[in-house]
Design a protein around this ligand. Structure first.
Ligand code: FRU
Length: 510
């Protein structure tokens, strides 16, 4: 190459500044300390992330794969990113697990531990992890066909570090349904077969297989029941027990059409006989009423304990939120329990107990009568940006917690007795001009009949998760305050009896 001096100097300079930029970015990425970087929640070091995928517990490790585009901080050709954790709290991001190929992008799906080697992928006694995902063919989509989403599989014999795609892909061909995706597969022990729960436009279709390679249609569910304000996506099917009785829970994510607009997670409680799902009632139930939990499903292979994780985003504005290095995070992992509140079967969620590991300092107040705005004194000036609040009020009355900062940015989380609703108000919680739907007040019904109010908030730099009445009503809400919201106050409408208030500072997971 024949370069003149000026070009050479320019090139050297450009290379140096690009390197400098990369190094600077790597430094900030390493510290996980950029503006709005979650300190309790998993987020990728860099670039775009959406749905959690392939969640499976294997050899004492929780695997989390996720929809990932390494080329930008907006959605693009989908890969499966990969992270692992021993405790559901601390995460290590690993290299990309699955790359797009000639059959298309790698859309959402699940992973199973094929302990009996039904697939035949196991070798030398090594148990295969098998991923079941949607191949989304962008060419077919552009050409206006209706069969561009098909289900495929891949296997790994080294704990998900490298994957081999099956030569017979796709294993389940699209019969001509534009939205035909997000397979969640589980072992149905009673029938000794795999069951796939697949989102097929406005309903769920169940398939079964002896070997993960050949699939037979079993039944359909839901085109006339549940919420239908948008497309059904990312389903899940699993068992939960209540007082010794077994039920099946069917999760169906929906976009748009959520209770506060955009994306949300609904569920049904019922029975499943290996072929068909039958709900116990016709009511629409939401696992999370907030604007920012989506595509949530549970980990496989965790026994009777069911742990749920969602994407903390909403398709209404996910690609516009003001982070620079990366976009979006996951929720706190949540343990799901079936509860019976006066005949109403509900799935309640609570943050997994493992986050207790992060507890630093705890501030407790008990038995106080609060008449007016009550600023919680005695907290450190520099309260960590991540903490947990537990509030119990002796009676069911208007009560709210205000989280604020020295910029007077504030987020209010509370209960409104007249409407019998919980609410989160992020109108003045920070940056919101990137999308007109972002600022606002979001509401959720109180589902519990209990005679005292119990609120748990998990607060991070850019999110709050409300678990009310032991998780009967849950709301997830992100925000972008310019400083941490580290000043707290209680806002009553009339005198309320605060039985207990605990604020627990939490360590960063990074
Ligand atoms: C849900 C979803 C899935 C799809 C994936 C693509 O957020 O639309 O249905 O598989 O995202 O990234």
């Amino acid at each position: 190459m024949n370069l003149n001096f000026k070009t050479a100097v320019l090139l050297v300079f450009m290379t140096m500044s690009v390197q400098g930029l990369v190094i600077a970015q790597q430094r900030t990425a390493k510290s996980y300390d950029e503006p709005f970087r979650p300190q309790l929640h998993f987020s990728p070091k860099a670039h775009w992330m959406n749905d959690p995928n392939g969640m499976v517990y294997f050899n004492h490790t929780y695997h989390l794969f996720f929809q990932y585009y390494p080329g930008a901080t907006v959605w693009g050709p989908m890969h499966w990113g990969h992270a692992i954790s021993k405790d559901l709290v601390h995460w290590q991001e690993l290299p990309i697990a699955l790359y797009p190929d000639s059959l298309g992008y790698i859309f959402s799906g699940s992973a199973v531990v094929d302990s009996n080697n039904t697939s035949g992928f196991g070798k030398n006694g090594k148990i295969p992890l098998v991923a079941i995902f949607t191949h989304h063919d962008p060419k077919g989509e552009r050409a206006g066909t209706d069969n561009f989403q098909n289900e495929s599989i891949a296997y790994s014999l080294n704990e998900g570090r490298t994957w081999t795609k099956y030569s017979g892909n796709p294993v389940l061909k699209n019969p001509g349904i534009r939205d035909f995706r997000d397979p969640k597969v589980m072992w149905y022990a009673k029938g000794k077969k795999w069951v796939m729960t697949l989102a097929t436009k406005d309903r769920i279709t169940f398939y079964s297989s002896p070997d993960l390679k050949s699939w037979t249609k079993e039944s359909e569910f839901g085109n006339e029941i549940g919420a239908h304000g948008g497309v059904w996506e990312c389903p899940d099917l699993f068992q939960l027990k209540l007082k010794g009785r077994s039920y099946w829970v069917l999760i169906v994510n929906l976009n748009p059409g959520g209770p506060n607009g955009g994306s949300a997670t609904q569920y049904f409680v019922g029975q499943f006989d290996g072929k068909q799902f039958t709900p116990v009632d016709n009511s629409v139930k939401w696992l999370d009423y907030g604007p920012d939990e989506y595509a949530g499903v549970t980990w496989g292979n965790t026994g009777a304990r069911k742990i749920f994780l969602g994407w903390m985003g909403n398709w209404n504005y996910a690609t516009q939120v003001p982070t620079v290095m990366w976009r979006s995070a996951m929720t706190i992992p949540r343990e799901l329990k079936l509860i019976d509140d006066k005949g109403n079967l509900l799935v309640a969620s609570s943050p997994v107990k493992e986050i207790g590991k992060l507890s630093r300092v705890t501030f407790t107040r008990s038995n106080i009568e609060v008449r007016n705005r009550y600023v919680i004194k005695g907290l450190p000036q520099k309260l960590a940006a991540q903490y947990k609040v537990d509030l119990q009020v002796g009676s069911v009355k208007d009560a709210a917690i205000e989280l604020t900062n020295s910029n007077n940015e504030k987020l209010i989380v509370g209960f409104n007795k007249k409407t019998d609703q919980y609410f989160i108000d992020r109108t003045n919680a920070g940056i919101h001009d990137f999308n007109k739907d972002f600022a606002g007040i979001f509401t959720a019904p109180r589902l519990s009949e209990k005679r005292s109010l119990k609120l748990t908030l998990v607060v991070d730099r850019a999110s709050v998760e409300l678990f009310a009445d032991d998780g009967a009503t849950v709301m997830t809400c992100i925000f972008f305050s310019n400083k941490p919201l580290n000043k707290l106050a209680i806002l009553p409408a009339s005198t309320i009896d605060v039985k207990s208030l605990t604020i627990t500072e939490l360590n960063s997971i990074w």
